[in-house]
Write a protein that binds this ligand. Structure first.
Ligand code: NAP
Ligand code: MG
Length: 487
């Protein structure tokens, strides 16, 4: 790959592939080998973003009137194209974001499935009729699209997160301006290409790459934007929340500090397997990743011993290499954050029982590699127990009762996903009822969510408005009218 010329890609605005108006570009880098430039992309300005919004605004009336069956046909065709292109896109995903190739294949497949799911679900999404006392009147609700929707997404699932926002937006008749994370513009482009090749009309879907500091303001604050669906950090979500006009609807999927509770009766092998899968796979870069383990003191030592043992066997490396389970961190600032938090944890008095080193030997020196870190002796007030790290760092907190475990679990400002490992039905049920979390699991990893069920967090993990995914994922993209129809 190195030594070949770097391809320069374009944006898609008003049905045309275009450069940034000022001609500037930025590079997308392979986090496993930072000399490998994945592609060069337009560094758009506010002016470009505004052009995209105007194009989406102009295309809205036509798209809103387009037969739902036609809209569904386009989504289905785009799904076919993603599947036909799966291997190439999966390879590019590993090259651009760093996740292991099997995970990349799964993500592209899931994205195609999501387009199909919303193509079908959108066709039966409707209002309700209501009984009323006037025999000469019908009372019912109808749903209509909002208009221009801004889609702003992170780099960790750079195909599937945009797919689960763009598909419901389009099927319900909205037009879209999509800004991918600046670390993964190629993945955004591949999704857009599939939709464009499938026949999305000019202006209905627009693609704008470039720094949030340049394009973020118009995409969230322009009054023509009727809705902003955002996934990313709580900090950015709060900034957007402050900047949107009163009439703009927002949906924000933000950070997490997800706990895994381990009860005294837990199968410890299973508990370790769930910790590793939730905490270290995807290099800990999942919003639902396990970052706190709250374990009963009576099984703590045994659990930690097994966890260290299994973690030390994990193979870290380039996501293309056979057998590798942990790829690099996705960018330089992720690496710096993880290294910082490892230092913070030590300074706070937690015990680093495993890992946490920046790996620099041989091939590792080319990318952003760290060894997964396990801290014990963590107390709930420590920063490593409260703040999102978004890397492979697990903080183990020992407790003496389910009540204490719940108190600790609920003591953070996040509430995205949480799980308990136990065979005790009563404890599991208390957990389900008392845990402050949008996703609650029993004997499963904190990570992973199905495309056909609601997804979202409580507290600072989501705006408390609309859920994503599943049938309810369509609600955000429509507004309701209530009709009293007499004669
Ligand atoms: P981020 O820095 O918040 O960026 C996310 C996206 O928002 C990027 O496209 C970014 O553009 C853009 N952005 C940042 N500030 C903005 C602003 N003020 N106005 C408009 N756009 C803005 O997050 P990240 O580092 O990419 O992703 C990691 C975070 O995402 C973690 O906190 C993680 O928990 C969260 N996440 C949440 C979920 C969920 O469903 N709850 C899922 C995945 C990830 P640039 O790339 O150009 O900066
Ligand atoms: Mg990259």
């Amino acid at each position: 790959m190195i030594g070949t010329t770097v391809h320069t890609y374009k944006n898609y605005i008003g049905g045309e592939w275009v450069e940034a108006s000022n001609g500037e570009t930025f590079d997308s880098i392979n986090p496993a080998d930072t000399e490998d430039i994945v592609g060069r992309f337009p560094a758009c300005t506010a002016e470009d973003a505004i052009r995209a919004i105007r194009a989406a605004e102009a295309a809205f009336p036509g798209w809103a009137r387009t037969a739902p069956a036609k809209r569904a046909e386009i989504l289905n065709k785009a799904a076919d194209l993603l599947e036909r292109r799966l291997e190439r896109i999966a390879q590019e995903l590993t090259r651009e974001e760093g996740k292991v190739i099997s995970a990349s294949r799964m993500e592209v497949k899931r994205s195609a499935a999501t387009l199909r799911y919303y193509a079908a679900e959108g066709l039966s999404f409707s209002g309700e009729t209501f009984p009323n006392d006037d025999p000469a009147s019908l009372v019912f609700t109808i749903r209509e699209p909002l208009g221009v929707v801004s889609v702003i997404t992170p780099w960790n699932f750079p195909v599937s997160i945009p797919a689960r926002k763009i598909a419901p937006a389009l099927i319900t008749g909205n037009t879209v301006v999509f800004k991918p994370a600046s670390d993964t513009p190629l993945m955004g482009l591949r999704l857009v290409e599939a939709l464009v090749d499938a026949g999305v009309p000019a202006g209905v879907l627009n693609f704008v790459t470039g720094s949030a500091s340049k394009v973020g303001q118009p995409l969230t604050a322009d009054p023509a934007v009727k809705a902003v669906t955002f996934t990313g950090s709580t900090q950015a979500g709060e900034a957007i929340h402050r900047s949107v006009p009163l009439t703009t609807r927002t949906q924000m999927e933000l950070g997490g500090k997800n706990p895994l509770l381990i009860m005294e009766d837990a199968d410890l092998e299973k508990a370790v397997e769930l910790t590793i899968k939730g905490g270290f796979e995807l290099t800990g870069q999942a919003c639902t990743g396990t970052s706190r383990v709250i374990v009963m003191r009576s099984v703590h030592d045994q659990y930690v011993e097994k966890l260290v043992q299994h973690t030390s066997r994990l193979k870290i490396g380039n996501g293309f290499t056979d057998g590798v389970q942990i790829g690099p961190l996705a960018n330089r600032s992720q690496l710096a954050t993880v290294i910082d938090y490892v230092a913070v944890g030590r300074a706070e008095g937690a015990t680093l029982v495993y890992g946490g080193e920046h790996l620099t030997d041989g091939e590792y020196g080319k990318g952003y590699y760290v060894r997964p870190a396990i801290f014990t002796g963590v107390t709930p007030d420590m920063r490593i127990a409260r703040e999102e790290i978004f890397g492979p760092v697990v903080a183990v907190i020992a407790v003496d009762s389910l009540e204490e475990a719940l108190r600790v679990a609920n003591s953070v400002e996040y509430g995205l996903s949480a799980s308990i490992v136990t065979k005790d039905l009563e404890k599991a049920q208390i957990f389900v009822k008392e845990i402050q979390s949008g996703t609650v699991k029993v004997n499963r990893t904190t990570t992973g969510n199905l495309m056909n069920v609601p997804f979202g967090g409580l507290k600072k993990s989501s705006s408390s408005t609309f859920r994503e995914s599943g049938r309810v994922g369509l609600e955000f993209f429509t507004q309701m009218k209530t009709v009293y129809f007499g004669y």
